[in-house]
Design a protein around this ligand. Structure first.
Ligand SMILES: [Zn+2]
Length: 402
């Protein structure tokens, strides 16, 4: 390991300027969800230029590159779409300028998380140069449309392209090792009533009044949610309320609320639905539904998924977590490396939450900068991340052979 570590660090130093320049090019290539084609093509040509063993764009439009030919499949994933940055007047820097000021690379997607792809791709190239372990195949995926439906397109990639044995999610972790996050389910609750002229309200059945009582009960319900020592507490937010009425002079016959329910460890879609049902004041006139995401990828593929994103945690003593911890310490000598978790959600809802493929997180940048105005990534994170991505397969082989 010492020998490989030395060689990897020398190569990262050699390519450091290329890594940073590539990260700037990536940030300059706008890639809102559903509009990632240009960036996918940029990754395709870079992977080919750097000598990847295989480069494909799948049916959805995800980019996947591979180095190595071994049986153990390791996937490093970064979603390469971003949320928008159309509030240009609030930014002090061009969100697509790729400027570096005081050691910070500014721009939308710099931390969340497409700049990570520069470190991942060069990490894989360096790994190939030092000699990839015989039993490892390393896949680098740039997945699309994560910001609109986390886990959806990586799920298609796993079903159609490669089923990895281990996953590293390259969302921002401040170069620490993360091993889980809360899940989420989005639901609607609809209360039915009966319309009547507003001059004779007693002839109708007011759906808003029925719903209002349910809303009050939901607020009380949130106080009973469980606390998990690692992930924290579940939450529920009634975010939208709407109703249907023939006119302003009528009793409404229907009212619907929309809820974002964050799920901590031990809470599932099913448990959340059962809890919400206890808040109904009139169960036979109230129904609950899980929402569905529907979209179209840049390749024109129609994609959809139920909006349930399972909670996941990988135990701290799992070889994958320990391998990540080891590689992170080597990539950050003299620094304090932590094992922690995200507050937000990632593609881990599918890799670990749905498919139970051991997953961890490691990425440059900070979670709190995701979706923020003046988003940036510390330039110094990028070479350190490249060291991690090149070293990690060696740490993994060591830990799983123990
Ligand atoms: Zn992200």
């Amino acid at each position: 390991m010492g020998d490989k570590e030395q060689k990897i660090k020398e190569l990262v130093e050699k390519y450091q300027d290329d890594i940073i320049k590539f990260a700037q090019d990536i940030v300059r290539t706008k890639s809102y969800s559903g509009q990632e084609e240009k960036l996918v093509k940029l990754f395709e040509s870079k992977m080919k230029e750097l000598g990847f063993d295989e480069v494909i764009i799948d049916k959805t439009g995800n980019i996947i590159g591979r180095v190595g030919h071994g049986d153990i499949k390791v996937l490093y994933d970064a979603h390469i779409d971003t949320v928008e940055a159309e509030d240009r007047e609030n930014w002090h820097y061009d969100p697509f300028g790729g400027e570096i000021i005081d050691g910070k690379l500014y721009g939308r997607g710099s931390s969340d998380e497409k700049a990570a792809m520069a470190s991942m791709i060069y990490g894989a190239k360096i790994l190939k140069e030092v000699g990839i372990p015989d039993n490892i195949s390393l896949y680098i995926s740039g997945t699309v449309q994560e910001e609109v439906c986390d886990g959806l397109t990586i799920g298609l990639l796993i079903e159609e392209v490669v089923k990895p044995d281990f996953v590293v999610l390259c969302e921002p972790t401040s170069l620490d090792v993360y091993r889980g996050h809360r899940g989420r389910v989005e639901v609607s609750i609809t209360a039915k009533g009966k319309s009547a002229h507003a001059a004779h309200p007693n002839r109708g059945d007011n759906a808003i009044y029925r719903m209002a009582k349910t809303v009050v009960n939901i607020e009380k319900l949130t106080e009973t949610f469980k606390e998990d020592p690692f992930l924290g507490k579940g939450t529920a937010v009634v975010s939208i309320i709407e109703s249907k009425s023939p006119s302003i002079n009528s009793v409404p016959y229907e009212s619907t609320i929309y809820i974002d329910r964050r799920l901590t460890l031990g809470e599932t879609k099913e448990s959340a639905i059962e809890e919400f049902k206890t808040t109904f004041v009139d169960p036979d006139k109230t129904e609950i539904n899980v929402l569905t995401f529907e979209g179209v990828s840049w390749k024109g593929r129609k994609i959809s998924q139920e909006k349930y994103f399972p909670t996941w945690v990988l135990e701290e003593n799992h070889p994958l977590v320990q391998a990540g911890f080891e590689a992170a310490k080597l990539a950050r000598p003299g620094e304090d490396v932590k094992i922690s978790r995200w507050i937000f959600s990632t593609n881990g809802v599918t890799t670990m939450g749905r498919y139970h493929i051991p997953s961890i997180g490691f990425g440059p940048g900070d979670e709190w900068l995701a979706h923020a105005v003046d988003e940036y990534v510390r330039v110094s994170d990028l070479p350190k991340a490249a060291v991690f991505y090149a070293l990690f397969p060696f740490s993994l082989v060591e830990k799983i052979n123990k």
